[in-house]
Design a protein around this ligand. Structure first.
Ligand code: G3P
Ligand code: CA
Length: 268
C-alpha cells in the first residue's frame, strides 16, 4: 500500500492503537488518541458512524448505551441507536465516566473534531467505516470530509488507511478515490482474495483466525497499487500473542495495549 504502514519493510510489525490507547482512556475519544500520542504511538484506529441529522461521529457500537450516559440523559429512547440521535444531542453526552471518573466530560467526537486532533498530534489514522449498511453514502461523505480536512493529498495520504468489514464498502472507497489505501476486515477465502485484491491493499483478520500459511497466502497477492497485500491482526493485547502474530509475518498489530505489544516486539 501507499501508506506508511507497510511495516514489513522494517521487519517489525507496526503497532496501531485500537480505538486510541483504549485500555488506558475511554475508547474513540480525543483523550484516547492523546493517550496514544503520549505513549509514543503514531497510528490510531477509530470507528465512524452517522447521526440522525447526517453528522459523522466517532463511536464503535451502533448504540450509545455502553460508552455514554445516554440512558440517564434520554431515558425514554431505548435502544439508543446512534442513527436515532442528532449531533447536538450526542454532543451533550458524557463518553468518559463509564470508563473512569477521571474522564468525566469526555465527548463523542465528530469526525471533523477527531481529524483535527489527529493532525495536531501528528498521528496516522486507520479509519473504520462501521456498519456501512446502516448509512447509505457514508463512504462518499467520509471521503468528502477527509478531503476538506486535507487528508486526500500529498503526505497525508500516506498517513491514512480506510477499513471496513464490508468488502462492498471498500470497493466503493477505492472506486471513488483510488489513491486511498484500503483494508478489508476479515479472512477472505483465496477465491475472494482474487477479487478483493482489485480494491483493497490490506487484509485485516482477527488474530484468532490467523496462521502463518494464511499470512503468506495473502502476501502472495498484489493489491490495487501494485504492491503485495499487507496483513494487520487484531486485537492483540498480550506479549505472547504479539510474538506469535509477529512470527506469522503480519505487517501490523492492532492493540488496546500498544505499549505491551511494543515492549514484546521491540517495535518503535
Ligand atoms: O481494527 C480492527 C477492529 O477494530 C475490528 O473490530 O469490533 O473493534 O471494530 P472492532
Ligand atoms: Ca474498529
Amino acid at each position: 500500500p501507499g501508506s506508511d504502514a507497510r511495516a514489513g519493510e522494517h521487519g517489525v510489525p507496526t503497532v496501531i492503537a485500537h480505538r486510541g490507547a483504549s485500555a488506558y482512556a475511554p475508547e474513540n475519544t480525543l483523550a484516547s488518541i492523546d493517550k496514544a500520542a503520549e505513549l509514543g504511538f503514531s497510528w490510531v484506529e477509530n470507528d465512524v458512524q452517522r447521526t440522525r441529522d447526517g453528522e459523522l461521529v466517532v463511536l464503535h457500537d451502533d448504540s450509545l448505551q455502553r460508552t455514554t450516559n445516554v440512558e440517564d440523559v434520554f431515558p425514554g429512547r431505548a435502544p439508543w441507536k446512534v442513527r436515532d440521535f442528532t449531533a447536538a444531542e450526542i454532543a451533550r453526552l458524557d463518553a468518559g465516566s463509564w470508563y473512569s471518573p477521571a474522564y468525566a466530560g469526555a465527548r463523542v467526537p465528530t469526525l471533523k473534531q477527531y481529524m483535527r486532533r489527529v493532525e495536531r498530534n501528528h498521528e496516522k489514522l486507520l479509519l473504520e467505516i462501521k456498519n456501512p449498511e446502516l448509512y447509505p453514502g457514508i463512504e462518499q461523505q467520509t471521503l468528502k470530509l477527509l478531503g476538506n480536512e486535507g487528508w486526500l493529498s500529498g503526505g497525508h495520504l500516506r498517513r491514512l488507511i480506510v477499513q471496513s468489514f464490508s468488502a462492498d464498502s471498500m470497493r466503493t472507497v477505492h472506486e471513488l478515490k483510488p489513491a486511498v489505501t484500503t483494508a478489508y476486515l476479515g479472512k477472505p477465502s483465496v477465491a475472494q482474495l482474487h477479487q478483493f485484491a482489485g480494491f483493497t491493499d490490506l487484509i485485516n483478520p482477527s488474530y484468532g483466525s490467523l496462521s502463518r500459511g494464511y499470512v503468506s497466502t495473502v502476501h502472495a497477492f498484489d493489491g490495487p497499487h501494485g504492491r503485495p497485500l499487507g496483513v494487520f491482526a487484531w486485537t492483540v493485547d498480550d506479549a505472547a500473542t504479539a510474538r506469535r502474530a509477529a512470527g506469522y509475518g503480519v505487517d501490523g498489530v492492532i492493540s488496546n495495549k500498544p505499549d505491551v505489544v511494543r515492549a514484546a516486539l521491540g517495535s518503535d
